[in-house]
Ligand binder design. Structure first.
Ligand SMILES: *[C@@H]1O[C@H](CO)[C@@H](O)[C@H](O)[C@H]1NC(C)=O
Ligand SMILES: *[C@@H]1O[C@H](CO)[C@@H](O)[C@H](O)[C@H]1NC(C)=O
Ligand SMILES: *[C@@H]1O[C@H](CO)[C@@H](O)[C@H](O)[C@H]1NC(C)=O
Ligand SMILES: *[C@@H]1O[C@H](CO)[C@@H](O)[C@H](O)[C@H]1NC(C)=O
Length: 323
């Protein structure tokens, strides 16, 4: 795969004088009929000029743009929280759900029957801007270690200081990637554009399309109404959560018996959105303390549980199963 990528890159360098990004050429070679979604275009590596990302260059850039090193949809209370690791206890047992009015007010987990036209949903995290941290250039992603036993080296490579919040986040993200899959789950982490594409294709094949939540404009209004036109995108999917890391890292997984929906929404101020929802039909092996069960007051395995996906989450679905 790497070889293929480089060949395409070299050819384009010759024929277009380097004007076309190698990532776009690679995308086109695999998916000639589907344009690259904006959500992915927005996070392509900034340049192939490796040294600027690393010691010195990267470090100083990081200082100016610490906002970029922040994936708002992967923090506590996000649509993916806990769900990303259904086997795990809900992270912050000490926060009482009952006492957290704001969280109760937010549409987190819900039953399938509430996924219907006319339903009002409160999605503050859809109404925030998305994390645009770009992928590291491929050569850097390939040479930089990504494993917890190399943590000191990684922290040093990224010009981060040990014992800082950033170093802690790097540690957490890597550990999250290393956790074992639960029954019925397949997972991988992608730390480069190329591995994001290649690993997804090797899991689902080339007849796939990439989906993301799309808003017609930025809005501060989190209250949306589900409108007509919901689409069932099938059960053959890979949900790719953007993790907090100095370069884009996606934790992609599929959980058996999970259905993806494309859900059109309209907010009070007229903003239109196409949000992504997943419904898990089978939750029998989730941790009974999972937030979903506490929010919905049900036990594992009692019926489909749905949730919206965060704005930075990218979803591959098999084109052959879509309607
Ligand atoms: C619930 O959400 C709505 C919409 O964001 C907001 O106006 C209201 O103040 C919230 N209520 C609480 C108790 O947080
Ligand atoms: C990371 O650091 C190690 C040792 O400190 C070094 O050998 C390696 O080349 C560095 N990698 C990158 C991509 O900077
Ligand atoms: C990394 O995180 C784990 C727990 O998630 C913790 O036990 C370990 O001490 C952390 N390592 C560092 C260097 O922060
Ligand atoms: C999940 O699906 C795979 C492939 O369809 C199957 O082999 C596996 O047994 C399933 N696992 C569970 C726990 O349902």
């Amino acid at each position: 795969m790497a070889f293929h990528f480089l060949v395409v890159f070299a050819l384009l360098q010759v024929s277009h004088g380097g004007a076309v990004m190698p990532e776009e050429a690679y995308w086109k070679s695999l998916f000639p009929n589907n344009p690259m979604p904006k959500a992915l275009k927005d996070i392509l590596p900034k340049s192939f000029n490796a040294p600027t990302y690393l010691r010195g260059g990267y470090g100083s850039g990081y200082g100016h743009s610490s906002k970029e090193f922040h994936a708002p949809n992967y923090v506590w209370g996000s649509y993916g929280d806990g769900h990303d690791d259904p086997s795990k206890e809900f992270k912050r047992e000490t926060i009482s759900l009952e006492g957290n009015v704001a969280l109760l007010n937010e549409t987190t987990f819900f039953f399938q029957e509430d996924l219907r036209t006319g339903k009002l949903v409160n999605l503050p995290r859809l109404a925030t801007t998305s994390d645009k941290t770009p992928f590291f250039p491929n050569q850097i992603a390939e040479t930089m270690p990504f494993s917890s036993d190399k943590l000191p080296e990684i922290v040093n490579n990224l010009s981060l200081k040990p014992q800082t919040r950033e170093a802690g986040v790097v540690n957490e993200t890597i550990r999250g990637c290393e956790r074992a899959a639960i029954d019925g789950e397949q997972k991988f982490c992608a730390t480069s554009f190329e591995s994001f594409i290649d690993s997804s294709v090797s899991k689902l094949g080339k007849q796939i399309q990439l989906l993301s939540s799309v808003l017609s404009k930025e809005t501060k209004n989190p209250l949306f109404t589900i409108v007509k036109g919901m689409e069932n995108m099938g059960e053959n999917e890979l949900i790719c959560h953007k993790m907090e890391y100095p370069g884009a890292v996606f934790m992609c997984h599929s959980i058996n018996k999970t259905v993806v929906y494309k859900v059109p929404l309209v907010s009070g101020d007229g903003t239109q959105a196409n949000a992504l929802v997943v419904c898990h039909k089978d939750t029998w092996n989730w941790n009974p303390k999972h937030l979903a069960f506490r929010v919905l007051k049900v036990k594992p395995g009692t019926g489909p549980i749905c949730h919206f996906l965060g704005r930075d989450t990218l979803v591959w679905v098999s084109s052959s199963t879509t309607k």
